[in-house]
Design a protein around this ligand. Structure first.
Ligand SMILES: [Zn+2]
Length: 1018
């Protein structure tokens, strides 16, 4: 075979890696003579400084482990170089609690340098009971946001893991490893590690501190920190601190009162002042800030270094509210419209109903339950829904399991049964909606009511427990997603945004005293935002949620530290945008998360631009246009991951929000021609920031394209035919951050509807398969397993008068097999030709899905009811089984799909007599599976979308090929060809896998030299 893949030899699915690492950890422990743990664990325990080689580490990956020279004075370091694009594993071999006991320590510290290709993150993973209560904990925390090609001293708080899956609990299992999640695409990531050590936090240093901001007489702005440290060790400690130089740019710092000598148990204060010099303050953008990293050392323990973030920012001389969701000018205009009966009629129904809604909130009675978590309503033993029981005179509620009889009491149960989280959400919604009504009307009754609901949080917010969701942490501990409201960042950010919007509007009503405003900042807004910002999840939609809400809270509170941290921190909005938007303008997560990200990032950008915090930058034009170039004719995205298809609403909304400043003719076209939508924050923001486009309608240029466009950085090609009315998105392999195993999958649209899509995020029962197996993709699944997290490449694409051509292959999706998919998009049909090549026999399942959005279901037809064999024993949605099998008979096999309106689609298979095939209609009523066994197999079909009452007419049949020079027959190792007939005409499609010309064995004079050839035929 000429096109042997770059074979990767890695575990078969990243889902399995969790188990593999755990199993290795356990296996290596056998045969090791147990040592006695030390009587006292040292403050700093060096796990490895690599001076004695790499013998403690292994690498079950195609990547390479090497001993390398570190920077000066560092000696040797571990260097891991990726062998391919997949997930790497750097595994500590003999984890033994007698020598390394994670539960004795607070921090994991190591020096790390990432070079070559960026990575999503580097995940330390640890399991060793009682550490993280015996669960396998993943710290998805080290990313490249702090820079590439530079040694970083990384300190991981061991209490803050990202995931500890409930089913990973094990009293015995022990493991320690680093997972390397590279970006897909060209290049190789190199990770270097050194001085991996465990550290006791002998001073009780926190992740970040809040300082006190002030403006000095000379115009400098200073943030003064008083950092409480307590000597938790049993000997005296002499404490010194300094700032990591690379974390300050234009600001300066000074430390006073050091060294600080503390006796055991003694408390002391480190004083640090960070200054924005007057000159910088005069010239920097509004609310500019820097977040120095403070490094704290102890003379008596040379290896000890504790770090803390000190977010600092500047504040403009004057800030006029509202600023979060509205400008003062717009507010004036709205009030004028509201108070003039004639203008009120034209101001937009939304604003009138917003005020009407707030009127009902005037009678709202808030309540403040002691915890804001969603609670537990199921029996912890058997997941049965609990029932409240009546016990006379018992001073607490009692809930019983109808299955096992066990009874429970407690706050978490009360929280669920009394919907406590709903009460806190309702409070926030009322504050937001009353604030908006005050903004529109200027009527103080709304501001007073909003303030009345807000006020009790000053005393009660910090009394609420910080709880994580059950899914992310089985023990409700202070880990990823741990918040006071609803147990996830996604929810607390919603709550905090509502508070910020409400507070921002009502500030000028003076219904809250200066002291109340200060206390709201210090006891509610700042702790909420900082708790979320203390957690770094990398360049993800979730980090955008955290940063955006923190920006709003900071502006509402006029707090320079919050605004600066939200904008300028390593994980702030500007750096997220810098890393997260690809050169082709798309957000580097899959389209579903692209939508979530746009939903929260675009409004934050809108606020920041209107507030003068940032200036518009031309690269945003590219970002705003990306979805219009990528999405289908109906404005919906292809499904390439969890969460379902989004739409262009997010992009439409931000363009409406910024129309007055946009110079781009295509963006102006959107502002003139597209309406507002209401997804996430973006619809609300667009209501308030909607503006007259800068360019007149006649200067605008349509944004929608009828062209086929490749997205090399996003890893897909959007093919368009019939003036853009026919569409096919071929995902050719880039795994994407937060992507899924859908290489060479297709999403296609024609005749006014989608006719093939990935199903991916099935949620419900399917949510168990959250890692989104290949079985949910319209591609080929091999041996019932998911594809590996590798990449792929577009081998060929061409636009011709007859149709659009593309051919792509995966790279390393399966270990010893190469799949190439060819798509030919005709004006009225899509031809899909697959070839899978291997030296060993496999079961190949060709999958075709139609999700809910297509509206398609199998049309009635002859059904041969037979039990079919298993689709493999892993990673397959159970709803596929059992199913019905269709008999392949005659030259083609036709499967008909119908919609309620009598439109539909047909999938017509070429029956290829050289190989036996099964055709299976899955029980879910939409999934079609064509199955073949063999080392080299092919599939070919034509998919014909059907208009209302249109009958399927497409046909497809194989065509024999010969070598163009010798005239000898050519096999599947070199080429394949089909005659396809649709209403548009008869066509010959030839796929040539080599550079040797082939031609049809019959009369045709057409020679195929290119990868894909499309010609008219008789
Ligand atoms: Zn029970």
């Amino acid at each position: 075979m000429e096109t042997r893949p770059m074979i990767c030899s890695r575990c078969t699915a990243s889902v399995a890696c969790v188990w593999l690492v755990a199993a290795l950890g356990a296996a290596f422990c056998e045969g090791i003579v147990a040592a006695e743990p030390p009587a006292a664990w040292p403050t700093v325990l060096m796990i490895d400084d690599f001076e004695s080689g790499l013998d403690k580490w292994t690498n079950d990956d195609a990547g390479r482990l090497q001993l390398a020279d570190g920077p000066e004075d560092a000696g040797k370091v571990l260097r891991w170089t990726a062998g391919d694009d997949g997930i790497g594993h750097i595994i500590f071999k003999h984890l033994d609690r007698a020598t390394v006991d994670f539960s004795q320590y607070d921090l994991l510290r190591f020096r790390v340098k990432v070079s070559g290709k960026p990575l999503w993150n580097l995940d330390p993973k640890i399991q060793q009971r009682p550490h993280t209560y015996g669960y396998l904990a993943q710290y998805g925390s080290v990313d490249t946001l702090e820079g590439m090609d530079v040694w970083i001293d990384y300190v991981q708080d061991l209490r803050r893991w990202e995931n500890a899956w409930p089913h990973t609990y094990d009293a015995e299992a022990q493991s320690f490893s680093f997972d390397v999640h590279q970006l897909a695409g060209a290049g190789h990531t190199v990770v270097e590690l050194d001085d991996i050590q465990l550290v006791k936090n002998t001073l009780g240093v926190e992740r970040s501190y809040r300082g006190v901001w002030s403006r000095e007489a000379d115009g400098a702005q200073v943030t003064r920190f008083a950092i409480d440290v307590t000597n938790r060790a049993d000997q005296p400690q002499t404490v010194r601190c300094d700032v990591v130089a690379r974390t300050l740019n234009q600001f300066t710092y000074a430390v006073s009162g050091q060294p600080l000598t503390l006796q055991p148990g003694e408390q002391g204060v480190l004083k640090v002042a960070v200054t924005c010099p007057a000159k910088v303050a005069a010239s920097c953008p509004a609310f500019y800030g820097e977040t120095p990293l403070l490094r704290i050392r102890v003379d008596e323990t040379p290896g000890l270094a504790l770090v803390a973030e000190l977010p600092t920012g500047t504040k403009p001389r004057k800030l006029t509210h509202p600023v979060v969701l509205c400008t003062p000018q717009r507010q004036t205009q709205l009030r004028r419209q509201w108070h003039d009966p004639e203008q009120r009629k034209t101001m937009g129904r939304w604003f009138v109903s917003a005020v009407n809604g707030a009127d009902t909130q005037l009678a709202y009675l808030p309540s403040y339950p002691p915890i804001g978590h969603a609670g537990i309503d199921q029996c912890p033993a058997d997941d049965t829904k609990l029932v409240k029981i009546d016990v006379p005179n018992l001073p607490m509620n009692r809930y019983q399991c109808p299955k096992c009889g066990a009874a429970y009491s407690g706050l978490f149960f009360d929280a669920a049964f009394e919907n406590w989280v709903g009460k806190h959400r309702a409070n926030a919604e009322a504050i937001g909606s009353l604030g908006i009504a005050y903004g529109i009307t200027g009527d103080r009754k709304y501001a007073e009511k909003a303030a009345a609901i807000l006020r009790p949080y000053i005393e009660m917010y910090l009394t609420m427990s910080i709880a994580a969701p059950q899914a992310g942490s089985p023990v409700f501990s202070a880990t990823s997603g741990s918040t006071r409201i609803h147990g996830s960042y996604m929810h607390e950010r919603r709550w905090l945004s509502d508070l910020a919007v409400g507070l921002d509007f009502i500030r000028e009503a003076n219904v809250l005293s200066d002291d109340e405003l200060t206390q709201l900042t210090e006891k509610v807004l700042a702790p909420s935002a900082n708790n979320m910002m203390d957690h770094k999840v990398g360049v993800m939609n979730l980090q955008g949620m955290i940063a955006s809400t923190s920006l709003y809270a900071g502006l509402a509170a006029e707090d320079p530290q919050l605004v600066a941290r939200a904008m300028y921190d390593s994980h702030g909005i500007l750096n997220l945008a810098h890393w997260g938007y690809l050169p082709d303008g798309n957000w580097w997560e899959n389209p579903s998360y692209q939508n979530v990200s746009h939903g929260v990032m675009f409004p934050a950008l809108t606020t920041a631009l209107h507030a003068g915090i940032i200036q518009f930058d031309d690269r945003w034009n590219n970002v705003f246009k990306a979805a219009y170039r990528l999405y289908g004719p109906d404005g919906r995205s292809p499904t390439l991951g969890t969460g379902g298809p989004g739409n262009l609403g997010y992009s439409d909304n931000v363009i409406h929000s910024l129309a007055w400043m946009l110079d781009d003719p295509q963006l102006a076209w959107v502002a003139h021609h597209r309406k507002l939508w209401y997804p996430y924050d973006s619809g609300l923001w667009a209501r308030f920031f909607d503006s007259e486009p800068k360019l007149a309608k006649e200067d605008a240029r349509p944004i929608f394209t009828d062209q086929t466009l490749d997205f090399p950085h996003y890893g897909g090609i959007a093919m368009r035919a019939d003036a853009g009315k026919m569409y096919c998105y071929l995902a050719y392999g880039r795994h994407l951050v937060h992507g899924h195993y859908n290489k060479l999958s297709i999403n296609a649209y024609g005749k006014g509807g989608w006719f093939v899509r990935n199903v991916m995020g099935g949620y419900g029962d399917h949510f168990r398969e959250f890692l989104e197996p290949t079985s949910g993709s319209s591609t080929i699944m091999v041996d019932g397993r998911s594809q590996d997290a590798d990449t792929g490449e577009l081998l060929f694409s061409k636009s011709t008068p007859l149709g659009e051509l593309a051919s792509a292959r995966e790279i390393g999706a399966y270990k010893d097999l190469e799949h190439e998919r060819t798509c030919v998009l005709l004006p009225d049909a899509l031809v899909v030709i697959d070839r899978s090549v291997s030296d060993a026999s496999h079961t190949c399942d060709w999958l075709h899905h139609t999700d809910k959005m297509t509206g398609l279901a199998f049309a009635a037809g002859p059904v041969d009811k037979r039990e079919i064999e298993s689709l493999g024993d892993t990673v397959c949605y159970p709803v596929f089984l059992p199913a019905t099998e269709l008999t392949l008979d005659g030259p083609t096999a036709l499967v008909r799909y119908a919609r309620a309106n009598k439109s539909g689609a047909a999938v017509v298979f070429a029956t290829l007599d050289e190989d036996a095939a099964q055709l299976i209609r899955a029980r879910n009523g939409t999934t079609l599976i064509a199955r073949k066994h063999g080392d080299t197999v092919r599939f070919a079909c034509v998919m014909q979308p059907l208009a209302v009452d249109e009958k399927p007419t497409a046909t497809i049949e194989p065509v024999a090929l010969v070598d163009a020079k010798t005239g000898r027959a050519v096999g599947l190792d070199r080429a394949q060809a089909y005659r396809v007939s649709t209403p548009a005409g008869a066509r010959l499609v030839m796929v040539n896998y080599t550079d040797q010309p082939v031609r049809s064995a019959t009369a045709s004079a057409v020679t195929a030299t290119e990868r894909v050839t499309l010609v008219e035929t008789k």
